[in-house]
Ligand binder design. Structure first.
Ligand code: 0FX
Length: 242
């Protein structure tokens, strides 16, 4: 029985691959989802033969693997799969505070802490016993991209530090009590994107919103101009001596 790493994220794939190589551990397969993403054109993958549909392929997975690691796999793992094999999720948020989609975006907008979590999966999304988690810093001049980059580095650091325990199933999990669980999905992000030009907000709220919606070249926040066209908005912040 082997380990399977399922990932749809190029940076996470390359980071995890390096960690497995550094530990000289080759009892592992890497695959991506059947859902098309940038990783399909990565030189290490040759298209559809490495594509997994967790719902349709669950018997194959159960019969061939004893550990599945989701490193930003864009599929919801079915009940039977998470109950029959150990499935672990590497999540770009500090759980249970940042469950769901694009956690750093909602952490900026809602002034929440942010970090990374590795947890065993259960039947709920981004939920289950926590193996390890860590918060990262978040500054007033950060956009989504700066925080995301820090989160990804933390996810890989946590995975590397806990590699042996994760592979050999010798960690102790933590159950968190008394922390609020926040959950945001794709639809929440979409709903955030259109700017109502007549809405009254403070400068702080406006800046926080634009920082949250600024992520490199992505066209996220927009308003509709008088001609009915979308105008995309992002922000640039420069800290003195930064
Ligand atoms: O792979 P990933 O970093 O993570 C997402 C979810 O946030 C995560 O909770 C889930 N477990 C995983 C399977 O999928 O997402 P991404 O590579 O699509 O996007 C990375 C960041 O880029 C995102 O946090 C915000 C930014 N982004 C992305 C898109 C596609 C935007 O700002 N706008 C966009 O349209």
């Amino acid at each position: 029985m082997k380990t399977l790493v399922l990932t749809d994220n190029v940076i996470i794939y390359e980071g995890l691959k390096k960690i497995f190589d550094d530990y000289n551990y080759d009892h592992v397969d890497f695959a991506h989802s059947h859902i098309k993403s940038d990783i399909w054109s990565h030189e290490d993958f040759r298209g559809f033969d490495k594509a997994i549909n967790v719902k349709q392929d669950q018997e194959f997975l159960i019969n061939n693997y004893n550990l599945i690691i989701s490193g930003h796999c864009k599929q919801f793992f079915p009940k039977k799969l998470v109950n029959q094999i150990r499935c672990i999720n590497i999540h770009p948020g500090y759980n249970p505070i940042n469950r769901g989609w694009y956690p750093q975006v909602f952490a900026i907008v809602n002034d929440l802490p942010i970090g990374a979590t590795i947890h065993e999966m259960d039947e709920k999304l981004d939920h289950g016993p926590i193996i390890t988690r860590a918060m990262i810093e978040k500054h007033e001049e950060d956009t989504s991209l700066e925080i995301y980059t820090r989160v990804i580095n933390e996810e890989l650091k946590l995975f590397k530090e806990n590699f042996k325990e994760i592979i050999s199933n010798t960690y102790k999990t933590i159950t968190i009590a008394g922390e609020n669980s926040h959950f945001f999905d794709k639809e929440d992000f979409k709903n955030l994107s259109e700017i109502d030009l007549d809405k009254k907000v403070s400068f702080r709220e406006a800046l926080d919103f634009l920082r949250a919606m600024t992520h490199g070249d992505y066209k996220n926040a927009y308003f509709i101009d008088k001609k009915g066209d979308k105008v995309f908005v992002s922000i640039k912040l420069n800290k003195e001596n930064g």
